[in-house]
Design a protein around this ligand. Sequence first.
Ligand code: FAD
Length: 290
Amino acid sequence: MKPVPFNYLCAYSLEEALQHLRHSDDAKVIAGGQSLMPMLNFRVVQPSLLIDIGKLVELDFIKEEGDQIVIGSLTRHSTVASSELVKKDLPVMHEALKHVAHLAIRNRGTIGGSLSHADPAAEYPMLSLLLDAKIYCESLDQKRIIPADKFFAGSLSTVLAEDEILTQILFSKIKSHTGWAFEEFAQRDGDFALAAVGVLVDKDVNGQIDNLKIGMMGVGETALRLNSVEAILNGHGYSEALLEEAIRSLDGLIVPNTDLHASSEYRLHLAGQLLKRTFKAAWDMASTKK
Ligand code: FAD
């Protein structure tokens, strides 16, 4: 299919893009176009104006600010994946990005586009929850900082206002003693995940599980942060029985969709197996680093 006709404007500053956005009823921002173009072609969205922000170099950066890594919203997936800063300070992101789509898509797609698109099976939304990211958004008259756990409103839906542009994302560096792991299951390399899990964990001075964070994707209407599963494990010593209890608690807590790729039951099973493997890998790493 082809999109319905639309007007196109290329913005050369954030201010210019925000002005156009404010003065149009149904404009859409286009960044890498890797999600928006298919949606236009299928006529899922039919904006009368596209505002191209692809030339806004001021939104294309990765920088270190104290114990934070700040990533501009227009930074391409391939730039983040090859960043030495990300590899050193956000290693779980470096690992997860190996699973994002194919080379051509990684060279165009942006972190801001991925977060704004809010696909429940995409890596960045889950990473933003796992890493307690802060998402910076801007309109002509206000700047907002939205914690990742308040950003996603549903499948392909966020709390971004129609006249707002996502500008940058702040991630706290992962501490050197923290164990981490990410595992994903997809039918083919580069496909969206059927399910994936990311884990961060510390081992405290008494050898107990501490600061555990669990993120999941592909198993709900949005990416998920599993606070109640974290609570089962945090503050305890590691045991197989406790981990099994945590895995059992997923039943009812997450309600994966059934679609043409997998049933809800299969995704639930996958989520449990991936949680078991990622938790053990992260815990082993935390134990080695101690
Ligand atoms: P665009 O397509 O330009 O925009 C997407 C949406 O976000 C639009 O609604 C747009 O208006 C809005 N938007 C974009 N930037 C901003 C901004 N700064 N502020 C406000 N709104 C904004 N992704 C994965 O994570 N994992 C995968 O495995 C994966 N596989 C894929 C496989 C295929 C075949 C394809 C086509 C895509 C796949 N993707 C995958 C999606 C890809 O990562 C996209 O790049 C990403 O979802 C959107 O980024 P974009 O820059 O291309 O955004």
